[in-house]
Design a protein around this ligand. Structure first.
Ligand code: UDX
Length: 434
């Protein structure tokens, strides 16, 4: 089938590339000329393992195209996925101006039936607004449908998540829309497994916020338990293991650490709290999820203060700038909390990340960045681990010991074993382990 995707960010580009990978004919539209030019030269505007190959293969096969023209996108296919950004506004409410602009332009131009699909994460009942906008700006004799199709892609594994989803959720109001989306996802469900779930549009819109907020809650829950473990002399990794063996709980997203970041969890939790408030429900539980996440960073900062006594003039190696491994994304990353505070306290910072350095450097150009983890750690008074890149574990406790001026490690991701570190003479602090 022919498909138009509007927006070539993490969601739009991965979704479009994967649709073409399973045989659809896809046109990806973005108003950012530079991005489209990069894509036409098979250079990726985002870092996502495996994406470049999928794009190159399908461009070569003539199934994947790029354009800056939304008019071309409107003419290209009956089904138009809207995957533009819905960034948080000042009050935490999702900014839907980019969505509205796309809907308006499509409505003004479409000359026959179109199915407009919400792929971006949007507050519940956005589809109602989209319908009103199409009715207002389109020719009166042109039929259309709106549907919701939330994405559940994780950065770093987005290709896998797109081609082998646990579930495809679609919110539809007509059989025609349901059949179109079923036909689009049929090759993915057939090859990748997973379940195709139809529901009301509002339910589909809410499923996204409810899922992401639940995952964020799970992380804050285990981080709260980690605080109790420290006080009780227990080991949160062992507790999480014991919990996770219960199929109802599951082991995933029970990893205690320095808190969640990224472009989704913080934004989606804020948006969910906001939309619940807007509907008349005070979502206290999610407000606590947020508070626990912020407190986790404060708690790790306290460990650094206690260990160093004076931060002024100490050399601190920051290992990991991305919000998680296998991505170059630093949005809401723990590094954005620690770097300004440690610099403010007078520390001499040495920063390392194998992938996210360029993005972080745009925010803090004047700091010292290292491509070698060994050079970053060399002569440091303290090493602060914020992202569980495999290279950190591979360096090994012994090498840390040789390189550092003082054997002090604050491990925000519980990469190392406390007993091994202490056996190597380290002052070692981690999360949830006495
Ligand atoms: C998330 C959701 O997982 C995905 O379904 C949704 O579509 C987009 O948002 P993403 O933000 O890319 O995906 O990454 P994810 O792997 O979920 O990690 C988010 C944050 O939680 C990271 O900072 C990670 O370090 C943290 N995390 C994750 C934990 O601290 N502990 C865990 O057990 C899992």
């Amino acid at each position: 089938m022919k498909i138009t995707i509007v927006g070539t960010g993490y969601v739009g580009l991965v979704t479009g590339a994967c649709f073409s990978e399973v045989g659809h004919d896809v046109l990806c539209v973005d108003n950012n000329e530079q991005k489209i030019q990069m894509l036409r030269n098979n250079r990726m505007p985002i870092y996502e393992p495996g994406l470049e190959d999928v794009v190159a293969r399908n461009v070569a096969a003539g199934r994947l195209h790029f354009s800056t023209s939304l008019i071309e996108g409107t003419d290209f296919a009956e089904v138009i996925f809207i995957a533009v950004g819905t960034p948080p506004g000042t009050t935490g409410e999702a900014d839907l101006s980019y969505v509205e602009q796309v809907v308006r332009e499509v409505a003004e131009h479409m000359d026959s039936y179109r199915l407009l699909v919400e792929k971006s994460t949007v507050p519940v009942n956005t589809a109602e607004q989209i319908k009103r906008t199409v009715l207002r700006y389109s020719r009166k004799d042109v039929a259309f449908d709106v549907a919701s199709n939330p994405e559940f892609l994780r950065e770093g594994t987005a290709i896998e998540d797109a081609l082998k989803p646990d579930r495809v959720v679609v919110g539809v109001e007509s059989e025609r829309a349901a059949q179109l989306l079923k036909a689009i996802y049929e090759p993915i469900i057939t090859r990748g497994g997973g379940v195709f779930v139809e529901m009301s549009i509002a339910s589909a819109e809410l499923t996204k916020h409810a899922s992401n907020s639940f995952l964020a809650m799970k992380i804050s829950y285990i981080n709260a338990v980690s605080r109790i473990c420290e006080l009780a002399g227990a080991d949160v990794e062992q507790v999480a293991h014991g919990m996770g063996l219960d199929r109802r709980i599951g082991r995933q997203f029970l990893k205690a650490g320095v808190g969640y970041g990224g472009s989704c969890f913080p934004k989606d939790v804020d948006a969910f709290v906001h939309l619940a408030d807007h509907l008349g429900y005070d979502f206290d539980l999610l407000k606590d999820v947020r508070l626990i996440n912020e407190a986790q960073r404060d708690h790790v900062m306290q460990k650094i203060r206690q260990e160093l006594w004076v931060i002024q003039d100490k050399t601190i190696a920051i290992l990991g700038l991305a919000f998680k491994p296998c991505t170059d994304d630093v949005r809401e990353a723990a590094s954005l909390y620690f770097v300004p505070r440690l610099r403010e306290a007078g520390a001499r910072l040495k920063l390392w990340d194998p992938v996210a350095t360029d993005n972080f450097k745009k925010l803090f150009p004047e700091l010292s960045y290292f491509t070698s983890i060994e050079e970053c750690v060399r002569e440091a008074d303290l090493a602060l681990i914020l992202t569980e890149w495999s290279q950190v574990a591979e360096l090994g406790a012994g090498r840390f010991r040789e390189l550092m001026r003082c054997p002090v490690v604050v491990d925000g991701r519980n990469i190392f074993d406390p007993n091994e570190m202490r056996a190597n003479g380290f002052a070692y602090h981690s999360v949830g382990r006495a």
